[in-house]
Design a protein around this ligand. Structure first.
Ligand SMILES: [Cu+2]
Length: 194
């Protein structure tokens, strides 16, 4: 049975809407805020390798560096600068307010150091691997799984349903789909007002 073109377009728009909702759930609702060093903050004498291994970071998460202003600072650097602690090059961003918020926007490795005299070589540095916000969010726990429901089975064998009710049943879901599609179109127009 061929679907009319309008209905086909509506199936597609419904699919898009589901993607938008899923994107909002994954990237919006599940971002986390991490205080670097937890209660100890950003300071000397702390093993940030141990700290960073306690968490899995995703895009949209936020790092907060807490320290006494002018005693430390925060540089986001390249890997080679992280390894050498030589900040004459490879500095991507610099913060020095004492309460710096860094949003992890990109899915890649991020490297942070303190550039105040010798602190980087002394251990005030760490690297984290930021993954794209995804549905395998084990660190956040209890992620709602948005697995696609299997389509309602339509009996096509002569043995399963002999009373001819399948034709009647098929009209119902299509009507609902059409209604849902109209709502989906309205929502999509609202979301993308171009
Ligand atoms: Cu420092």
């Amino acid at each position: 049975m061929e679907d009319p073109p309008l209905l086909q377009r509506c199936y597609f728009s419904s699919f898009l809407l589901v993607l938008v909702i899923q994107g909002l759930l994954v990237n919006g609702a599940r971002s986390e805020v991490y205080t670097v060093g937890d209660s100890e903050g950003w300071d000397t004498g702390i093993d940030y390798g141990v700290w960073s291994h306690n968490y899995n970071f995703s895009t949209g998460d936020i790092l907060i560096f807490k320290y006494v202003k002018s005693q430390h600072n925060v540089y986001e650097v390249t890997e080679s600068t992280y390894r050498s602690c030589n900040s004459s090059s490879g500095v991507l961003d610099a913060y020095d307010t004492g309460s710096d918020r860094v949003t992890l926007k990109e899915a890649r490795k991020h490297w942070f150091i303190c550039d105040v005299g010798g602190h980087c070589l002394g251990g005030m540095r760490f690297g984290i691997d930021v993954s794209r916000g995804s549905t395998n969010g084990s660190p956040h726990g209890g992620a709602p799984s948005l697995q696609a429901q299997p389509p309602p089975s339509t009996p096509d064998g002569p043995d399963t349903n002999n009373n001819g009710s399948s034709k009647l049943k098929s009209a119902g879901p299509r009507g609902w789909t059409l209604l849902f599609c109209i709502v989906a179109w309205v929502r999509l127009v609202d979301l993308f007002p171009k």
